[in-house]
Design a protein around this ligand. Structure first.
Ligand SMILES: CC(C)(COP(=O)(O)OP(=O)(O)OC[C@H]1O[C@@H](n2cnc3c(N)ncnc32)[C@H](O)[C@@H]1OP(=O)(O)O)[C@@H](O)C(=O)NCCC(=O)NCCS
Length: 215
């Protein structure tokens, strides 16, 4: 049984590591920050990730393995009726967040970043209602994938969704689709992002998926 806990500010570096390393095969980050190495992006993600921790509607949960390493984390946006998360940031983290521009790697392809955000925001708008749960992110460090950590976090969220008769919406990468199908999500729409249109290379797909509550 994997222990699921709420993440705190102190987890920032480990969350950023899971985030960047698990998505390293995706093309987006390289298109947004073409000249930045993984460490630079990871460092930035520590700071920018604080925005999610401080958001009372965003529930950031994690699993450590038996050796204490943070191996999986997930972000769930719950409607306020499902309760709020209470992570208070230190003054230092809050100040960095306020001045996040100064910490953003450069050069940054703002156009591709905005296009990506807009593409997913519009898809969310098309498919979701205010009372839906949104699974914003799920990632496991590459060397620990396939060991049941992702499933454990999904079951945690599914239990809450079923108990409150809520739907769960997500935007899956191709890597995530089989797992979500297994746990009851259905396909809504494939959204593609042609990075070449914005100065990058390649095309990336995101699969809009919904899970209806099992009553
Ligand atoms: C998708 C992801 C979150 C799943 O997390 P996980 O901790 O590996 O999940 P589980 O161990 O519970 O595995 C679930 C299923 O994924 C498959 N799987 C996951 N990792 C795998 C790997 N490295 N090799 C083969 N199969 C794998 C297995 O088929 C498994 O199904 P099973 O239970 O029937 O064996 C993880 O693979 C990941 O972080 N991928 C990269 C980031 C990403 O794309 N995230 C999804 C965003 S929507």
């Amino acid at each position: 049984m994997h222990l699921i806990q709420y993440a705190t500010e102190a987890d920032g570096p480990a969350l950023a590591k899971v985030n960047v390393q698990s998505f390293q095969s995706r093309l987006l980050l390289g298109a947004v920050w073409p000249e930045s190495d993984q460490n630079t992006i990871q460092e930035f993600k520590i700071h920018v990730g604080m925005r999610h921790l401080a958001n009372p509607n965003m529930h950031v949960v994690k699993i450590h393995n038996d050796s204490g390493e943070l191996v999986t984390y997930s972000r769930w946006q719950f409607p306020a009726s499902l309760g709020e998360s209470h992570v208070t940031l230190s003054d230092e983290a809050a100040l960095i967040l306020k001045n996040i521009d100064a910490y953003t790697p450069r050069p940054m392809n703002e156009t591709v970043y905005k296009a990506f955000k807009q593409l997913l925001a519009e898809a969310r708008e098309r498919h979701t209602r205010p009372d839906d749960i949104l699974l914003d992110l799920l990632a496991t460090l590459p060397e620990y994938q396939g060991q049941g950590y992702g499933s454990a976090i999904l079951k945690w969220g599914i239990e809450k969704a079923d108990a409150t008769k809520s739907r769960i919406f997500l935007e899956a990468t191709p890597a995530g689709v089989p797992l979500y199908l297994k746990y009851g999500w259905r396909h809504l729409e494939e959204v593609t992002m042609d990075l070449a249109q914005y100065g990058g290379t390649g095309v990336e797909s995101y699969y809009m998926m919904m899970r209806d509550p099992v009553l």
